[in-house]
Design a protein around this ligand. Structure first.
Ligand code: ICE
Length: 480
């Protein structure tokens, strides 16, 4: 086995020296090496990608339609503009939803206003009105509609707000205009913020639930990827809490409208939904807290922290939940740890997972030697640095070139990143898991998720395929 190469600033600088001077200087600020002295290392984030490099980022429309609104299952989300944005974002995120298709679950469908040149020249407002009426006619049980603007809608200055107002009155249901044109912002992150604001202005407080209880909690920033929110809900309910609202995985319009009635907001994905938690606190006094349900260590910590917000009864149940699952989790660790112990991981995902999944790897004896985000802000990096060990590298909006170079030099045993990275690294014979969609697997959250996570990581790393990856012409004559 080759010796583990060391992470160093010299290595980073050497990689960056391939760039023109201006680009080199800019990129240098986005990468830090965490060492002994660096506890709050400065890393530049949430700024424009340098033109010409290959970035993995998405756009504001992706952040609003794909991430925040898309999983609200009984609303219909119109991809308003040319057909491409809707078509290519159709069913790619694996946010699961229960319910009857076309009746109270529209997640599997894709709706678009299919702009053509005519609409760009003459405006698309009339078409939008017609489309909204048709939706109500075809799907009478729909609970609301959101209009997700694509770039051309903003560029030609269509007044989607007035269409929404008019049609909302005519059809007597919420119709939410969302100004999430892709060109806004520098990544999908602004799309999250715009979507949070649209929910604040058009949904929250518009309905009252009759059956409010002292243990009502909202699960915020869990999009039910591969069933994550269901796994999370199981734990919270076994603790004695009532999950009344989920944002937005397997969520409903009513869950957004009654958000002001919960007692505590539990936020998993801070990046995409901190805005709404802060608003609910300021406007309605609802407290909120972050938690992490990846891997038994983090789950245990979070379960106790959540229970502390309630009474003795909940605390007792929380401890019982931990005790119930402990032997099961120990069994999983016993099975997989010997196969995974000491393996090095490099991560690169969106805005939460690069820090939230570290604990789950550590439960299996693995070590995260590099991590980074596509679109995190300073507050995310502040939360990340304490999670990382010394001699690790943290990279913001890493370019395809830089990531490849890091991998060539640091030789991780596993990479967890997205679809754009997957085949590049698999062709380099590095084990890989797609950590946005859980590579068509999941859930990974909660006690239900950990055994699946452990199995999947083992399957990727210890697959016999990697031993067969040497090209025949590189083998000695005897081996062939
Ligand atoms: Fe939050 Mo891909 Fe989800 Fe996070 Fe967010 Fe995105 Fe999903 Fe990734 C998401 S909401 S779609 S946990 S935009 S996997 S920040 S990039 S790490």
């Amino acid at each position: 086995m080759s010796e583990q190469p060391k992470v160093s600033r010299e290595m980073v600088d050497d990689i960056l020296s391939a760039y023109p001077e201006k680009a080199r200087k800019m990129r240098a600020k986005h990468i830090v090496v965490k060492d002994e002295g660096c506890t709050t290392c400065a890393i530049k984030s949430n700024s424009k990608t340098i033109p010409g490099v290959m970035t993995a980022r998405g756009c504001a429309y992706a952040g609003s339609k794909g991430v925040v609104f898309g999983p609200v299952k009984d609303m219909i989300h119109i991809s308003h503009g040319p057909v491409g944005c809707g078509y290519y974002s159709w069913s790619t995120r694996r946010n699961l939803a229960a319910g009857e298709r076309g009746v109270d679950n529209f997640v599997p469908f894709q709706f678009t206003s299919d702009f053509t040149e005519n609409d760009i020249v003459y405006g698309g407002d009339k078409k939008l009105e017609t489309l909204i009426r048709e939706i109500k006619e075809l799907f009478p049980k729909v609970k609301g509609i959101s209009i997700q603007s694509e770039c051309p809608v903003g560029l030609i200055g269509d007044d989607i707000e007035s269409v929404a107002r008019k049609m909302s009155k005519e059809l007597d249901m919420p119709i939410v205009p969302v100004r999430c044109e892709g060109f806004r912002g520098i990544s999908q992150s602004l799309g999250h913020h715009i979507a949070n604001d649209a929910i604040r202005d058009h949904m929250i407080g518009k309905k009252e639930r009759a059956d409010v209880g002292p243990y009502d909690v909202a699960l915020i920033g869990d999009y039910n990827i591969g069933g994550d929110a269901w796994a999370t809900k199981t734990i919270l309910e076994e603790m004695g809490l009532t999950v009344t609202n989920i944002w937005t995985g397997d969520g409903t319009a009513e869950m957004l409208q009654t958000a002001h009635q919960t007692k505590l907001n539990l936020i998993h994905c801070y990046r995409s939904m901190n805005y709404i938690c802060k608003h609910l606190e300021e406007e309605y006094g609802t407290p909120w807290m972050e938690f992490n349900f990846f891997g038994p260590t983090k789950i245990e910590e979070s379960v106790l922290q959540i229970a502390e917000r309630f009474d003795e009864k909940i605390m007792k149940k929380a401890k019982a939940v931990i005790a119930k699952y402990k032997p099961q989790m120990e069994k999983v660790i016993e099975q997989y740890r010997p196969r995974l112990e000491g393996k090095k991981v490099m991560l690169y995902v969106g805005g939460l997972r690069p820090r939230h999944i570290i604990g789950a790897y550590e439960d299996l004896g693995m070590e995260v030697i590099g991590t980074g985000y596509e679109f995190a802000h300073k507050d995310d990096y502040d939360r990340t640095i304490p999670e990382m060990g010394n001699a690790t590298v943290i990279y913001d909006d890493v370019t395809a070139y830089e990531f490849e170079e890091f991998v060539k030099r640091l030789k991780p045993d596993l990479i967890g990143s997205g679809i754009k990275e997957k085949y590049v690294f698999e062709k380099m014979a590095v084990p890989f898991r797609q950590m946005h969609s859980w590579d068509y697997s999941g859930p990974y959250h909660g006690y239900d998720g950990f055994p699946i996570f452990a199995r999947d990581m083992d399957m990727a790393i210890n697959s016999p395929t990697w031993a067969l990856s040497q090209a025949p012409w590189k083998k000695s004559a005897k081996e062939v």
